[in-house]
Write a protein that binds this ligand. Sequence first.
Ligand code: PLP
Length: 398
Amino acid sequence: MKLSSRMEKLPPIPTLAMNTKAGELRAKGVDVISFAAGEPDFDTPVHIKEAASKALFDGQTKYTAVKGIPSLREEICNWVLDNKGISYDSEKEVVVTVGGKQSVFNALHCLLEEGDEVVIPSPIWVAYEPVANLTGAKVVLVEAKEENAFKATAEDFKKAITPKTKLVVINSPCNPTGCVYTKTELEELSRVILDSNAMILSDEIYGKILYDGEEHVSIASISEEMKNKSLILDGFSKTYAMTGWRMGYTLGPPEIIKAMDTLQGQSTSNVTTFAQYGGIAALQGSHDFLNDWISKYDERRKKIVEGLRSIDGIDVVMPKGAFYVFPRINGLFGLEGPEGILQNSVDVGLFFLEHARCAAVPGAGFGDDNFIRFSYATSTENILEGIDRIRTAVSMLK
Ligand SMILES: Cc1ncc(COP(=O)(O)O)c(C=O)c1O
């Protein structure tokens, strides 16, 4: 059986691959510490589970509108107004998707085709480039330099944009680098976008996970004109520890939201009905639990950065948001381990897995082979133990 040529363009997602490998080793009894998963280690707050459970037992088990129940869409718009300062029409300007991932897939498929260009900073999260390739559009990567805290400048974007550029993607706070674009940087970028034919897809899924007094600004909040050129992606997975619920959303101009609704209607249809009621409870309920989660992430962030910086051959930029660090590990290239000379981030990832029993995701999958991604959504004990193991393993390299 020959698969469609479309599938030749689509690699397996690297973040899941490392997590799966770690799981296989664990199943064999090996005690692996995973820094690979892109999800909070906290459980979904009880009031959210109760609301979904009540909805399930109350019979909320049928199809809903593809774009989500009206009360959830209204709550999303209220929350976005309160948290991002942007007003959206809950009937026409929001679609609830099966996770942020479906938002990416559907938005890119509704906007891009052969002959279009999409500008994406690199390093960045693993999903945009493969899906953009699938649409047939040309991906133009812009280097987000480490010396600029992994942020591409407005000038960098300007140089990459051509009359064919249909879309620019940003992700702030960023997975894997933890970089956060400031209001000034977004204002500069918005001038570039308004001067072009391009729209922007702003992935704000980590917008509530910030440190050191950083502020989250949505590029769509900069002006009404900018709102009209923006698609905002957000969701429940990271803020409320609801990764398994599969619930995200996109906000944007009515004609694009309508197209996304049509595409979703031809694939998954609505998000699981009773889960949507959990989403309402999440948005309406107290967010006090987040203070505790963020102070825990913050403590772990400092410990993992300090630990990684203490290992020869590894250096790290302090992340400002999300729950990832993206250390430079090319200082280990050229050194010899039991399996041979380490030559790239995959070799380093496999070396850490085999000899330090720690799973992290090679930077190659995020667009930069000189780095590796650690998630610190795991306990401080795991972080301290993992750093010790890595230090010991690295000291064996010759
Ligand atoms: C930057 C970014 N955007 C979107 C998502 C999608 O999350 P989900 O599909 O769980 O809502 C992820 C998940 O890892 C992410 O890291």
